[in-house]
Write a protein that binds this ligand. Structure first.
Ligand SMILES: [Zn+2]
Length: 273
């Protein structure tokens, strides 16, 4: 049974072994906040039980973005009563999911298919466009949209008193960045804005990635630099009419992952996204 581990003062991360995805719990004096809810009802039930081993307090929920492994547990962990926060684009996407869309996700992740198909999608009912400040039982927490990156509806969760940022999939530690719904040309600027927040924190910063172990400022900087290099390779390649495969062959993250990014970037430059 996965458990939460404290990564900063009153901030706990549960690193779930399937997809190595993180859920983060911020515990205030008389309320808590749970960031991301895993991929299936069964995983979410484990998550809810793990929360109760840390705190008996009521909690609200935040989704960092619309991908299923971060929000399909909403209905189980939030029940009908707890607020669920997300970027407005995330809420719109989840509201638009129908049985066919669920079937497509299930087909992409066959080992989780039964759970995905059994999911009742709880659409976030509190939305953020740019920034919202929450009072989590006396603790200030900021929900911030920094621009397009991993998706166009990424939110980061900033806990200033713990020098912590929950970055969602804008930062990944245990694998390369995911480009399937990404905006590779915009992601470097978004990561630069994230870096500015991280560098503005008082104390040694903790950054919780969407997947993998918690990292620090240097990891975010290194990922920013790689994404910036990738973006310029895409711009140059597109300007020179180079085949996407040729650009991907010399790009960071290996040709397979990079090709997804290059195709997205080319589509963006052609006005096809
Ligand atoms: Zn994602």
């Amino acid at each position: 049974m996965p458990r939460f581990a404290e990564v900063a003062d009153g901030v706990y991360v549960l690193r779930y072994p399937v997809l190595d995805v993180n859920s983060t719990l911020v515990v205030g004096p008389d309320e808590a906040l749970l960031v991301d809810t895993l991929a299936t009802p069964a995983q979410a039930a484990e998550l809810a039980a793990a929360v109760r081993r840390v705190t008996p307090l009521p909690y609200r929920v935040v989704n960092t973005h619309h991908h299923f492994d971060h929000c399909f547990g909403n209905a189980v962990v939030a029940g009908p009563g707890a607020e669920v926060w997300a970027h407005e684009g995330c809420a719109d996407r989840l509201a638009a999911l129908d049985d066919r869309a669920l079937a497509e996700i299930a087909a992409e992740f066959p080992r989780l298919a039964d759970g995905i198909l059994a999911t009742t999608v709880r659409v976030p009912d509190r939305t953020v466009r740019e920034e919202t400040v929450l009072d989590v039982g006396g603790r200030t927490v900021q929900l911030v949209h920094l621009g397009r990156g991993h998706t166009d509806d990424d939110l980061v969760v900033v806990v200033p008193d713990a020098a912590t940022v929950v970055a969602g999939d804008l930062v990944e530690e245990s694998g390369p960045p995911g480009f399937g719904d990404a905006w590779p040309l915009d992601w470097p600027a978004t990561d630069a804005a994230l870096l500015e927040i991280v560098e503005g924190l008082v104390g040694t910063a903790t950054v919780v990635p969407g997947h993998g172990a918690a990292v620090g400022r240097d990891f975010v900087k290194a990922q920013h630099d790689e994404l910036a290099r990738l973006a310029w390779l895409c711009r140059d390649g597109h300007a020179d009419d180079r085949p996407p495969e040729d650009v991907a062959a010399v790009a960071p993250y290996g040709p397979g992952v990079a090709l997804v990014a290059v195709l997205r970037a080319y589509a963006d430059l052609d006005g096809r996204l």
